[in-house]
Design a protein around this ligand. Sequence first.
Ligand SMILES: [Zn+2]
Length: 310
Amino acid sequence: MPDYAIGVDLGGTNLKAATVSADGNMLDRLNAQTDITQGPERIINDIVASIEALRDRAGSGQRLTGVGIGVPGFIRLAEGYVVGSHNLPPLNEYPVRDAIEQRLGTPVILENDANAAALGEKWIGAGRDVDDLVLLTLGTGIGGGIISHGRVLHGAVGMAGELGHLTVVPNGNPCGCGNVGCLEKHASATAVESMANLLALGDNLTSKDVYDLAVAGDERARRIFASMGEALGIAIAMLINVFNYPLYLMSGGALAAWEFFYPALEAEVRKRSFTYRNTETRIDKAILGNEAGLFGAAYLPFQAQRSTHE
Ligand SMILES: [Zn+2]
């Protein structure tokens, strides 16, 4: 009987779920809405309904190994809940894993969404040839995932890899986490838009608008992406100095602006990392796009099963 797992990528307003085989093929998928205005039970219902729909569609000829769920926010692994999620406030400190496990009668593993994306890239994406990598997810915020010896690096309770909150500017912009100068306040899409506002490039420009201006040759727009690249470069240089891993990946819509931010990024890393200058270290684009988190979430139960059999 072939084994499959179900991966779930939980966002603030929508939910993606997929059936994935043990060799990394996506067999089925669905998208659903998540209603976060009606309390935690409603969100749990939405998640369970999606998983049950996929399980029914898979039929009885296959065996469900388990369910992995990528969630935006800090994870407390032992307790199976989320803390400090701005996207899903009703789930804060709610026993998400146990509630879903009880409803499904199947093992459920919770993971931070960026950690899940990093694991997906390691499994079948840009990192499949290495055992150790770091992924930065560049979006409205910046998430991070660290893969060590093929596994997510969790730290003491599951909150390691919060790379968007590395300090890159000592007295920089204030962040919701309580720090100032966090990477995500200087290199996210939101940061790009804030810089465009500060420079009065236009009214309420999106990061895509700023990108279009950069393509058209606007020097200030290009300077914004260079500034973003510097912030990323400072963070990546620190990561290289700490880990000496072979691969540092970035994902997200901002990759479109690679040509505008990467030169500044690379210059900064070169300046700040002896290890980078003296090793074969790759800084590259992730390749699974929005599906990295789904694959990584689905991989979690396979990996857990394998480790119990080792
Ligand atoms: Zn922060």
